[in-house]
Design a protein around this ligand. Structure first.
Ligand code: PMP
Length: 470
């Protein structure tokens, strides 16, 4: 009764993000009721290992009373006040100070937003404003990458490189160009990963030359692409990109919305890859997803120009630096520090996941496994051909649904299965994750074989947007 009532009301009134509304209405949604640690529970009594940490964000895991207490105390003290009109409040100030302490040394300012998308809108405003103030108003082009994800506002989707989103969301923000992504398994297997990484950096340089350095404001990229399929670039990629950017006067924006706050075993991926970003959009793990908050960390070069020469910056949000969100984020970072979460990912559970995850390479359905810190992917292939399954079989969606039924949240992007578990996951839980993934792969193989034999459109399932992404 409970489940059916919620399903019906959900169907009647609730439009879900990134969802085929009609198809979900027919299928009915899963009702998640409560959660603890790395597990979510649904209304039908299933306990499911959440290997996606919600949406790459619940880094400290579910049920942290300290975060509840921080929110409650702040709600009592000051539930809301803005940071406009020469005002501020202690949670925003303390969080700003702590973030700048954790960030690379040259980043000493932060602008708060409510989400990662708003952070990237802010990035676009800041880079164009910066160059205007520098007396180079033609520097407006931003170079991003195909299959990147930078959010779902109009600026976010324009910066992102998701073809299906572009097809629905236009006209896009002008003067944003996209270059190829460093996705070796998907696009570079005819050459070595290292050569491919260098080719992708060369494509960036070619685009800069095509547009003219004098017209290019910034390059934006996720250090490891998340929504695009947990794409870890070849080792050669970032050093080569750094070399290209050093040749031209172009700002570097490193989108840390997923990779920031310990996911790769450092506080920021920019530290892991030794990047020196001018701007770093952040969100998600900043509050472990308990409350919505994002921001942009701003390097000294851009900050000084905006501050010294800018006058009023006509940009901001009602909830920029919201006191309750800021208090929870601050507590979240303090807990991460006190518990050594980042070091644990780097020295313990990250290497352990890499070792255990790699065993899935022995499964006949798996063409590649990869992981870095606590982000991982595996590529599904047809064992008969060693190539991708036909798109119509929607192997990734099938595997994802089977995972759910087996008690595991693993997401699919096309035929790439991805994980990004809470950073507090234990070794025993990693063992469970890998065991469940193996079982789900077995079942996927069985079902795909049956489908291939049946060879009829009636049993084919509709690929979701994830499957239709380029
Ligand atoms: N940037 C990246 C790299 C992301 O992964 C996301 C969200 N998945 C965003 C930006 C947008 O964040 P939000 O959904 O909070 O707007």
């Amino acid at each position: 009764m409970y489940t059916e009532t919620y399903r019906q009301l959900d169907r009647d009134h609730h439009l879900h993000p990134f969802t085929d509304f009609k198809a979900l209405g027919e299928e009915g949604s899963r009702i998640v009721t409560h959660a603890e640690g790395v597990y979510i529970h649904d209304s039908e009594g299933n306990r499911i290992l959440d290997a996606m940490a919600g949406l790459w964000c619940v880094n400290l895991g579910y049920g942290r009373e300290e975060l509840v207490a921080a929110a409650t105390a702040q709600l009592r003290e000051l539930p809301y006040y803005n940071n406009f009109f020469k005002s501020t409040h202690p949670p925003a100030v303390k969080l700003a100070e702590m973030l700048c302490r954790l960030a690379p040394a040259h980043m000493n300012r932060v602008f708060f937003t409510g989400s990662g998308s708003e952070a990237n809108d802010t990035v676009l405003r800041m880079v164009r404003r910066y160059w205007a103030l520098e007396g180079k108003p033609d520097k407006q082009w931003v170079i991003a990458r195909e299959n990147a994800y930078h959010g779902s506002t109009v600026a976010g989707l324009s910066l992102g490189g998701m073809a299906p989103m572009h097809a629905q969301g236009g006209p896009l923000v002008p003067k944003i160009a996209h270059v190829r992504q460093p996705y070796w398994f998907g696009e570079g297997r005819d050459t070595s990963p290292e050569a491919f990484g260098r080719e992708c950096a060369a494509a960036l340089e070619a685009k800069i030359l095509e547009l003219g350095e004098e017209n290019v404001a910034a390059f934006i990229a996720e250090p490891v692409q998340g929504a695009g399929g947990a794409i870890i670039p070849p080792q050669s990629y970032w050093p080569a990109v750094k070399e290209v950017l050093a040749r031209y006067d172009i700002l570097l924006v490193v989108d840390e919305v997923i990779c920031g706050f310990g996911r790769l075993g450092e506080w920021f991926a920019s530290i892991h890859y030794d990047l020196k970003p001018d701007l770093m959009p952040i969100a998600k793990g900043l509050s472990s997803g308990y409350l919505p908050i994002g921001g942009v960390l701003v390097g000294d070069r851009v900050a000084e120009t905006l501050i010294e020469r800018g006058g009023e910056f006509f940009h901001g949000f009602t909830y920029s630096g919201h006191p309750v969100c800021a208090a929870v984020a601050l507590k979240n970072l303090e807990l991460m520090q006190a518990e050594g979460i980042v070091e644990r990912v780097r020295d313990d559970v990250g290497p352990y996941l890499a070792e255990r995850w790699a065993t899935l390479a022995d499964h006949p359905l798996v063409g590649e496994v990869r992981s870095l810190g606590l982000i991982g992917a595996l590529e599904l292939i047809d064992p008969a051909t060693g190539e991708r399954f036909p798109k119509s079989l929607a192997a990734g969606t099938l595997c994802r649904d089977i995972c759910f039924d087996h008690g595991l949240v693993m997401r699919s992007v096309g035929d790439t299965m991805i994980i990004s578990p809470p950073l507090v996951i234990t070794r025993a839980e990693i063992d469970e994750l890998v065991r469940l993934a193996w079982e789900a792969l077995d079942e996927t193989a069985r079902r795909l074989a049956a489908r291939e034999q049946a060879d009829g459109p009636a049993i084919m399932i509709q690929p979701s947007i994830e499957e239709s992404r380029s």
